[in-house]
Structures are given as C-alpha cells and as structure tokens.
Design a binder for this molecule. Structure first.
Ligand code: 5AD
Ligand code: SF4
Length: 448
C-alpha cells in the first residue's frame, strides 16, 4: 500500500470495557459500508484501528507498544507502511501527544466522533493526518449504518458519558457528559439485532441506570420501561444491563427484576471501597451501608440475583483499617463475581494530586487479599449452583468434540456436551463447579 492507496482491508482491535467492544463493532460496520473487508485471521490489515482504553495506565503503554509491533511486523517489501488509527479513550485524552510521538499513526478519533472514521481514513490515504475529538455523541449515533448480523449475545449502547466525577476516574473527561439515546432508536436497533441473530442483549452505559427517555406514548420512562419494551420482542430471550451506579437506582428497576421474566437475575453494581471516608474522598455519593441496603432491596425483589462489583485498592490515603472495611463489605455481600484493581493515578483527575499515595507494594498485598476473598466467594457461589436446572444460552463450540459453551442466567460460563446449536436456549442441570465455570448435562426433555 503506497501512501495514496486507500486501504482495502481493516482490523479493529478493541481494549477495555464492553462499550469499546460495541464501538469497535460499529466502526467495523462503518468501514464495511465503505467497501473495505475485514482482514482474515493472521493476515496483515492495510488499516489497523486500535480502539483504546484509558482507565488505568498500563492500557496507555499498551497502545504505544501495539503501535510499535504493528509497524515492526509490517514486512511488505514495497516501501509501504500500515495505516494506524487510534480510537477510543486514549485518543480522546492524549490525541495530540500520540500524533507527536507516533508518526505511524495517521488518524486519531475520539469515542464520540468515530462516525467520521471513513472520511478520516480517506484523508489520511491522501497524505493528510487527521484528528477528531469532538463531543458529544448525538451526531455519532445518527450517522452510523444499520446493524447487521450478530452473535447470540449482543451489546447495545443506550447511554454514554458520566456526570458523577468520581475523583479517580477519567471517564467524565474522555466520554463526556451523560447522554441517553432516544427510546425509539433503541427499540429499532434492538429489533435489528434480534433479526440479525441476537437472543440476548446487554444494554450498555457508563451509568446505564441513569438512562431516561420517552416511550412511544410520550411517557417518561427509565431503564425498567425500556427493558419492558424490549421484552416485547418475541425472539429476544434475555436482557442484561451494565454498569449501574448506586445513586441512579430507582424502585421501578428493582421491581422489574421481580416482574420482567427476560431481565436476568444479575446485577453489576460497583461499590469501589467499604470505608465511608474513602467513599467520600472518591466522591461516590453513597455509603457502604446505603449500598448494602440497596442490594437487600434487589434480593427482596429477586432472591436468586447474582451480585457483581468493582473494587479499587490503594486509593490515596487508604489505611489498613479502611482496607479491612472493604473486606468486611465483601463478606457481607457474597459476590458471584467481581473486578478489582489497584488504584492508578490518572492525569487531570483530583485524586492524582491527593496526599497519601499508597506504595505499590502495599497495593499489591491488598489486591492479593481482596482477590482471594472474591475468588473464594465466586467459587462458593458456583458450588451453590450445582444441582440447579437452568437455561443456558449457547454462544460457541467448546474445545472438545460435541462440547458447547454458554452462559447461565447468573452469567456463569457453562459447558456441556450434547445436541445443541449456537443461539439455542437449552435446559441443563449444573453438575460440577470450578472457580470460573461449571459443567452441565442436558436436562431430560420433559422438564423443558
Ligand atoms: N484506578 C483504578 N481503577 C479504576 N477504575 C476507574 N478508574 C480507576 C483508576 N483510576 C475502575 C473502577 C471502575 C472500573 C470500570 O474501573 O473500579 O468501576
Ligand atoms: Fe468513572 Fe465514577 Fe463515572 Fe463510573 S461513575 S464512569 S467510576 S466517574
């Protein structure tokens, strides 16, 4: 590919959260609509889009090392070079620096501007490097092409951005202010996803439960109302949503877990820490006790609900005793799964300049203890599921002949052998539990 040749093949590599996965799919659709084709497995693409994550520092370093590797691996001996586009949150936060530091990067496009990717690629092919980091996202969604074929489990971004400004977090700066996509657009996109093969849709948002809109009759609705409308799509069998914020939770959503049969019994509700002092310093706007009481209300509506959370260890000033509060909260909840991270100072966030930055060795030790506790609870949750009969949505083939992989209602990975096909909802009995997955056998048909 000489500099003036427009790229013919592309690869989109997404890092970080599920919203980036969704964005990556939409970018691929945009490039496909321009007549470009996805590079085959192992083939070198003319255009590589790195759809990046900025939430913790290692992710940024990874972008630079990925750029280096793509350039090094490009072994066409015709004097050409790959076209690299950096998208996502690192592009938004550090676009200028990337352009200055990495001459092989020809396009920098932020998460709210990627609908412009095809024209920017064309500009770059004509020899002009292009940067676009405009916000907010309204124009983007309006400019995206129609959805095409999808797997059985699909993502749908319904809300973007964040107004919460937790003091450690870059998201309000990289994704911008909270924005809800219109109800009708979402019902349309969900219908297209279902027509394209989706049996499960996970509704995405940085604060997905802050989504608000007006239904077809002009009534104000929240996430529960949207989930109810989507449940009306006959071939859609499962609805999930992530990530929620405790401050945006409303009674309607809690109640929906008891009444909307398609809403899966799973809640990802980050808490970050168990100490009220730390939570305040994080600007989380909830206490540990408030969080626990909220979970109790979910459990009252849906007793088998599986709980998940996010945790940060080593927030500036966190003492040993405060860290113990987090362990106590974990014991009180009994999470089915959770994500945990060492605090990472992000440029421009208030916490980055707070006193009492915690040494790396202390963070390492706290993370190990936290993950041991979470691992113990995850295994306990999985073991308690053994003997249950439940539906599994089959997502792909397993490693062994005749083996299938899918998810339980509680988002556990389940494998089984027998007659099934991708996209089926099959009834199984869970027979054995490990820390990260369960094995199952097909339940006799008369139970179906
Ligand atoms: N350092 C460590 N973890 C962070 N998260 C967000 N910002 C940071 C940071 N600066 C974690 C939070 C959030 C998840 C998506 O990432 O736990 O819920
Ligand atoms: Fe970041 Fe807090 Fe917003 Fe979540 S709620 S995206 S952690 S600022």
């Amino acid at each position: 590919m000489r500099p003036t040749d427009p790229p013919r093949t592309y690869r989109v590599k997404s890092f970080g959260c599920q919203m980036n996965v969704y964005d990556g799919e939409r970018m691929a659709e945009l490039l496909g609509a321009q007549g470009m084709t996805a590079a085959g497995e192992g083939d070198k693409a003319d255009l590589v889009v790195l759809n990046t994550c900025h939430i913790r520092e290692k992710a940024t370093e990874k972008v630079y090392s990925d750029i280096g590797r793509i350039v090094k691996d490009w072994d066409r001996d015709d004097g050409s070079s790959p076209m690299i586009a950096v998208a996502g949150c690192v592009a938004q936060a550090e676009g200028e620096e990337i352009m200055a530091r990495a001459p092989s990067v020809k396009v920098v496009v932020g998460p709210q501007a990627y609908h412009r990717l095809p024209e920017m690629v064309a500009e770059a092919a004509a020899g002009r490097r292009a940067t676009e980091t405009d916000m907010p996202a309204e124009a983007k969604f309006a400019a995206l092409p129609r959805r095409r074929k999808t797997g059985p489990s699909a993502f749908l971004t319904i809300q973007e951005g964040c107004d919460k400004f937790c003091t450690y977090c870059v998201v309000p700066y990289t994704r911008g202010a909270e924005l809800s996509r219109p109800f009708a657009d979402l019902v349309d996109e969900a219908r297209l996803l279902v027509e394209g093969g989706a049996r499960e849709i996970t509704l995405l948002g940085q604060n997905v439960n802050a989504w608000a809109g007006e239904d077809a009759k002009g009534r104000a609705v929240g996430l529960a109302g949207l989930a109810e409308a989507l449940a009306g799509l006959a071939d859609l069998k499962r609805i999930r949503y992530t990530t929620s914020h405790p401050a945006d939770m409303d009674e309607a959503l809690i109640a929906a877990h008891g009444t909307n049969a398609k809403l899966m019994p799973f809640l990802h509700l980050p808490v970050q820490a168990g100490s009220d002092r730390v939570l305040k310093a994080m600007n989380r706007s909830h206490t540990a006790d408030g969080y626990l009481k909220l979970l109790e209300r979910f459990r009252a509506a849906r007793p088998d609900i599986a709980l998940s959370g996010d945790f940060i260890v080593g927030f500036p000033g966190e003492t040993d005793a405060e860290f113990e509060d987090t362990l106590r909260l974990i014991d009180a909840v009994g999470y089915a799964q959770a994500f945990s991270f060492k605090y990472s100072a992000r440029p421009g966030t208030p916490a980055a300049s707070m006193d009492g930055q915690v040494p790396a060795s202390v963070m390492d030790e706290r993370l190990q203890r936290l993950q041991a506790a979470l691992g113990r609870d995850q295994l306990a949750f999985n073991k308690a599921s053994v003997g249950k009969t439940c539906e599994v949505l089959v997502e792909r083939k397993g490693k062994h002949p005749g083996q299938w992989l899918g998810k339980s209602p509680w988002l556990q990975s389940v494998h089984f052998t027998g007659e099934a096909a991708i996209g089926d909802l099959v009834l199984v009995e869970l027979v054995e539990a490990g820390p990260n997955s369960l094995s199952a056998r097909l339940a006799p048909r008369d139970q179906a």
